[in-house]
Each structure stands twice: as structure tokens, then as C-alpha cells.
Design a protein around this ligand. Sequence first.
Ligand code: DGL
Length: 273
Amino acid sequence: MIGVFDSGFGGLTVLKSIVSVMPDYDYLYLGDNARVPYGTRSQRMVYEFTKQAVEYLFHRGCPLVIIACNTASARALRKIQQEFLPEAYPDRRVLGVIRPSAEEIVEKGMRSIGILATEGVVASGIYVEEITSLAPDIRVYQQACPLLVPIIEAGEAEWEGTDMIISKYLRELFNKGRGIEAILLACTHYPILHEQFVRQAGSSVAVLDQGPIVADKFKEYLARHSDIEDRISRNQTRCFLTTDTSERFDRLALVFYGEPVTAQLVSLDSLCL
Ligand code: DGL
């Protein structure tokens, strides 16, 4: 199976895009709902939680795990790839959502981009680093949007206050840089507010969701890595795991995944590693 990990429900927006591009593979989704949000946590905690989740998915039989969470990709992926995997699981792979997004921005020929993300992602500076390492002349402006994840998880995406909060964040972003051509919704939850962002950003600014970008890049990755691709089963199954109550997961999964799911409650601590 392909493992897909997120701090909670948000990664379901990414899974949805991946499944629509590559429906044949088997997918195992894990949401660490008991410990969400990651966006306000320290680097050390996000690394420990993410490593534990990745290892759990390995033990459930995933040769490859996609970290759908921007915060976990920003705070943990590099260390997992450079230190943890070579030592403990040299034959497994872990991918994130930041590099593919950075590549897409560069390939689209953008000159000025706004990144909307959690506090943790903004503090890491990873988008600025990744994008400018590929194209040093691109101007990258960041804006943390800490109120949006709790609003979306509370089911208040349609609330009129949400529009005011989006407007405040966009104003702050646009004040930082002139001529921003596109904004990247660099958090798993923000695509739920896609329409509001499009309405408020104005017609001259493109609003980019990560799901389709990550799905296309992941497809290219598998085409280049037949050694990994050969190890992924193809029975079109989708399994959902959560570290918190499955009732809540199933209810909110309808919003993020758009289809009814039945999740299974798991404990990451119970693993004998
Ligand atoms: N999944 C996180 C992200 O994409 C948002 C939720 C959280 O803070 O854990 O950054």
C-alpha cells in the first residue's frame, strides 16, 4: 500500500487528488487526530510524531509514505530522509509536499509568489529555501494563517467571520510584496476555503491547491522509480486510520475527502518497535 500521513483530516484533500490520478493502487491513510495541530508545535515534537507515524505505516506494509502535511514535511521530512531512513529503513521511501510544490511554481515561470501556511511552516522558511534554490530570482512572501485550521475543523468554513479573517491575512501578505502573481495554499486544510480565496485575491492572482500538484509529481516519481512502483499493490483499496475517535473522523472525512469513509482507531504507542 501507499501510506499517506497527515496530522489529521487535512491530508485527505491530498489523498483525494492522488487517488483520482492513480486509482488502481492501494492506499492506507493515517491521521494523527489525537495530536493535531502540528502547525503550532516545536520542530522536535513534529519530528518525533512524524517519525513514529511513518514507522507505523512501514509496519503496516507500506514501502512508501507520502507526508501530506506541510508542517510535518517542513519540520521532519529532511531529517527522516537523511538520518532515519538510511539507518533504519534503507529500502523504504518517504516523500513530502513541499518539493513538488516548489518545482511546480518554478516550472510555471512565476516571478513572485505568496505562500499561505501554518506558523510552523512559515517559521521553518522551507518554501523560501526550496523555491529559491531552484530559481534564485523568484520573490517568495509568506503569511502564517493560524486561525484557519481551527475554523475549518470546527465546520465554520462558511461563517462570515472566515471571510474577514481571510481578508486580513491576504492584506498582510499583499503588504509584504508587490506584484504577487499567485498564492499557494500550502496547508492541507486551506483548499476547503479555495473559493473564498479566489474571490478575495482578485482576478490577477492565481490560487494554487497542492493536491493536484502533488498527485501529478508523484505519478512522475513512480514512473521514474520502478523499483518502488513494483512493490505497491493494485487492488483499489482505501483504508483509513485515525489516532482519535473514528466517529468524528468519518464525519469530517466527508468534508475533506468528499466520500463516506469508515476509519479504524489505532494507537501509535502500541507498536513494539
Ligand atoms: N496538516 C497541517 C499542514 O498542512 C495543518 C494542520 C496542523 O496544524 O496540524 O500544515
